[in-house]
Design a protein around this ligand. Structure first.
Ligand SMILES: *Cc1c(COP(=O)(O)O)cnc(C)c1O
Length: 242
């Protein structure tokens, strides 16, 4: 992997070049469908990468990182520079970790059950804070993925919208792996339709503004179908070593 064989300066240049390339592609994808690139936020997904590598990305105008696991996030917190960079949880969150993680993140993108939303609401109330969340949709109905099915989404949104100290800011999804761009665009387009439909219906949540779709392999397709937040890991840091 290039991380290990590179000098710190080479690594830094590589990360910077990757980020510049992604920003250029975001602009092109936006231009191709008449969108303003300011509508698309770039999140750097930091799972498996150490803080000293993450900090190289944070030197390149990155203001948002995503981690999948609470334990991993906690172990990196004190080494991040700047420490207060905005952080989101993007992986399946166990209810018994909610209390620990809430003080450190500004959003939970991976709300995949009513029970989890209840716990976030309860712990947020205790902390005297409000927590922003995205509702995760399992758009391909895959057994290996968590999230609400398309059919369950509306009811879930209504229930969670009633909970105190929690604000639904939008939707998040990871569609199935697809062979072709047109196939993946169908999933993204379906998600955008749900997003537009539900934000009108959930009148308690006028704040529903985030559609978190698109990763390294498919973010341009996601942008063309309305993504407002793309989550990129390997496209910036290289392949992950698990
Ligand atoms: C790992 C991960 C990403 C980033 O994936 P890449 O293909 O490395 O860009 C995005 N979203 C979620 C939820 C992830 O777990």
């Amino acid at each position: 992997m290039f991380m290990i064989s590179s000098t710190p300066q080479q690594l830094k240049n590589r990360i910077r070049d990757n980020i510049l390339d992604i920003r250029e592609r975001i602009e092109k994808a936006c231009a191709s469908v008449g969108r303003n690139p300011d509508e698309v936020r770039l999140m750097v997904v930091t799972k498996t990468f150490p803080p000293e590598v993450i900090n190289l990305a944070l030197e390149c105008n990155i203001d948002l990182i995503g981690e999948n696991k609470v334990q991993e996030l906690m172990s990196k917190l004190e080494y991040l520079c700047p420490k207060d960079v905005e952080k989101h949880i993007i992986g399946h969150l166990q209810r018994n970790k909610v209390k620990q993680v809430l003080p450190h993140v500004s959003m939970i993108q991976s709300v995949d059950s009513i029970k989890l939303a209840c716990e976030i609401s309860k712990q947020s109330e205790r902390l005297g804070k409000n927590t922003n969340v995205l509702i995760q949709i399992n758009v391909g109905d895959e057994e290996t993925k968590t999230g609400f099915s398309v059919d369950e989404t509306e009811e879930a949104l209504f229930q969670i919208a009633e909970m105190p100290n929690i604000t639904i800011e939008g939707l998040m999804s990871i569609p199935p792996i697809c062979e072709t761009e047109s196939e993946i665009r169908k999933y993204f387009s379906e998600l955008n339709k749900i997003f537009i439909d539900k934000k009108d219906k959930i009148y308690h949540n006028k704040s529903m503004t985030v559609l978190s779709i698109g990763m390294t392999s498919d973010y341009e397709a996601a942008i063309k179908e309305g993504s407002t937040l793309i989550r990129i890991g390997s496209g910036i840091f290289g392949q992950r070593d698990y």
